[in-house]
Design a binder for this molecule. Sequence first.
Ligand code: B12
Ligand code: SF4
Ligand code: SF4
Length: 305
Amino acid sequence: MTENRNIFRLLEAKGYLARSLSVSHLPEVRKDLEIFHQQGLLDPKLYELYLARFRYIMPESFPDAKSIIVIAVPQPICEVTFNWEGRRVRTIVPPTYAQAVEMDQEIVDLLEKGDGNRVHLMRAILPHKTLAARTGLVEYGRNNITYVPEFGSFYRLTSFFTNRELPDDWQEVKAMERCADCDACLKACPTNVISDDRFLLHAERCITFHNEMPADTPFPEFISAGMHNALVGCMICQKVCPANIKVKDWMMHCNELSEDETAFLMKGDFTGPKAKLMATRLEPLGLELSMFPRNFVALLKNGSA
Ligand code: B12
Ligand code: SF4
Ligand code: SF4
C-alpha cells in the first residue's frame, strides 16, 4: 500500500528504523512478560515500579487503532560537564535518557503532518524491547539490551498505536548470533546481573535500577564506589560489547553547569523558583533533580568523573 510506504519513508529519511505489528498480538505480548512474573522470576519491587504500568489493551480513546509501529531512534552518549570546586568535572548520560518526550512528539508531528492520509498516533505504554524483538526490528544481546546492525545498542525505542493497517511483522524473538561465542558483558558486569543460569537478567542487581531511584534511597552494599560510571544508568556492558565497536565512542556535548548551579544541586533542596529553572535544563537530558546530589557525589567519590 502506497500510504504505508510513505510512513516508513518519512522515518527512514530521518535515519530511524521501524517495523509494525497488528494489535491482535497484544495478549501474546503480555504473555511474553507475564510468564516470568508468574514464575516469580521478576523482582517484585522492579515489577511494581516499571512493569505493572504496561497496558496490553486497545486504548479506550483510540478504538480504531489497528497496528503498533515500533521505532528505533539512534542516539549518542550525552556529556554533561559540572564546574565544582575549581574543576571541570565531565560526566556522561547513556543513550536513551535524553530528549525522550521531544523525540516522541517529533515522530507524531513527522508522521501525522507528513503523511497526508490522516494517520493518527498514540504513544503505547508497552514493553518496547519485546515489541521490537517480536517484529524482527532488533535482536537481544546476552545483556538483555537490544541491538540493530546499524547502530549497535545506541538508540532509543518508542512505540505508537496507529489507525493504519501496517504490515504484521510478528515473529519469534532472536538473540544475536555472536553472543553464542561471547561472554564479555557477563564478565564485565560488576554486580552479576547477567548470568549463565538464565537468559533473563537479575535486573534488581543492575546499577541502573538503583541510580534511577530518588536520592533518599541509599545504594545497596553490593554497589561499591568504583562501580559508578554515569550520572544515571551504567555503560559497562555496552562499552565492552563487540556489537558496539562502531558506536562505543559516539558522544555529544549536551550541557555545562556553572559552580553556582552545581552547588545548588549539591545542597539537594529542590524547592523554589531556582529548582524549576534547573529542572527545565536537566529534565530534557533525562536527569531528574531527585537523583541529586547522590549520583554526582558517587562519581566524585569514585574519581572516574
Ligand atoms: C524496566 C526497564 C529497565 C529496568 C530493568 C531492565 C530489564 N532488563 O528488564 C532497569 C532499570 C534495570 C533498566 C536498565 C536499563 N535500561 Co531500561 N527499561 C526498562 C523498561 C521500562 C521496560 C523493560 C522491560 O520490558 N523489562 C521486562 C523484561 C522481562 O523484559 P526484557 O528485558 O525485554 O526481557 C526479555 C528477554 O529476557 C526475553 N527472553 C527470555 N529468555 C530468553 C531467551 C532467548 C534466547 C531470547 C532471545 C530472549 C529471551 O524475554 C523477556 C521478556 O520479553 C524499558 C522501556 C519500555 N517501556 O519498554 C526500558 C528500556 C528497555 N531500557 C533501555 C535502556 C537503554 C536501559 C539501560 C541500557 C540504561 C543504561 N545505560 O543504564 C539499562 C540496561 C540494563 C540491562 N542490561 O538491561 C532501553 C533499551 C534500548 C535498547 N537498545 O535495547 C529501553 C527500551 C528504553 C527506551 N525507551 O529506549 N531498564
Ligand atoms: S558482550 Fe558479547 S555476549 Fe554480551 S551482548 Fe555483546 S556480543 Fe552478546
Ligand atoms: S547496565 Fe551495568 S550493572 Fe546493569 S547489567 Fe549492564 S553492566 Fe551490569
